[in-house]
Design a protein around this ligand. Structure first.
Ligand SMILES: NC(=O)C1=CN([C@@H]2O[C@H](COP(=O)(O)OP(=O)(O)OC[C@H]3O[C@@H](n4cnc5c(N)ncnc54)[C@H](O)[C@@H]3O)[C@@H](O)[C@H]2O)[C@H](O)CC1
Ligand SMILES: [K+]
Length: 215
């Protein structure tokens, strides 16, 4: 009996599903983003239970990008802070560039925490966890100028949770994108279903978790 193969959808199919769900009014983009953030935090606590122990105040560094992938990062920051984590959040790009759902979560985060601009040569110190919420399925071309940031992530030797995709990776794993510069990763949490890039990551031994969005 052949093992049930995980469903793999393209980024276009994912976008169409999100658009249909939002278009029919069955859910809002903001609600989808909150579900995504909750799925990410659930995965963090399951993957690193030593950080979930009451009484510890783990330190997370959260890197937010200019789109809704960054929006997910703001949700994670708020939810971890609520659990007593210390959170240092960095934003690449201006808040005014954020799309509505991400901006709403940026504004909610600003009520309880700071937004630091992501420096070109960052020093993230020694966090317990790094959350890579820079880029997801909206990446349209190879990243340039992120090498020092990726090196700074590696220098921390902290585990890296990739939101949806390791930043820099093309979700559809088109052949000419396989050598695009990509952030380090320890664990990838994607949403609703695997995309082609996730099958490649798993084949290379990178753990990939699919968080449901209720779609
Ligand atoms: N739709 C929803 O409410 C949900 C979305 N999910 C998350 O959203 C991202 C996809 O978000 P999107 O805004 O479409 O794209 P990204 O955030 O991945 O990035 C777009 C952003 O980046 C810029 N950009 C693209 N390529 C480059 C580049 N090479 N260099 C610099 N900047 C680049 C582009 O201009 C945009 O500003 C998805 O991955 C999920 O994480 C929720 O999970 C579910 C709800
Ligand atoms: K990411």
């Amino acid at each position: 009996m052949n093992e049930k193969q995980p469903q793999i959808i393209t980024s276009a199919q994912m976008r169409a599903m999100e658009a249909t769900a939002i278009g029919t009014g069955s859910v809002t983009g903001l609600e989808l983003m909150e579900r995504a953030g909750t799925g990410l935090v659930t995965a963090i606590l399951a993957a690193w239970p030593e950080l979930a122990r009451p009484g510890t105040a783990p330190r997370a560094v959260i890197l937010c990008g200019p789109g809704n992938n960054g929006g997910d990062g703001f949700v994670v920051a708020r939810q971890l802070r609520k659990r007593g984590w210390r959170v240092a959040l960095y934003l690449y790009g201006g808040a005014e560039r954020l799309p509505p759902d991400a901006r709403a979560n940026h504004d909610r985060w600003c009520k309880i925490g700071r937004v630091n601009p992501l420096p070109a040569k960052p020093d993230f110190g020694t966090p317990d966890l790094i959350v890579d919420a820079l880029f997801g399925i909206g990446l349209s071309r190879p990243l340039t100028g992120f090498d020092t940031i990726f090196a700074a992530i590696s220098r921390t030797q902290a585990p890296v949770l990739s939101v949806d995709l390791p930043s820099g990776r093309d979700a559809d794993a088109r052949p000419d994108t396989m050598d695009w510069p990509t952030a380090p990763t320890s664990l990838v949490v994607t949403f609703h279903a695997l995309k082609p890039a996730h099958a490649h990551l798993r084949a290379r031994g990178v753990p990939v978790i699919v968080a449901p969005l209720g779609l």
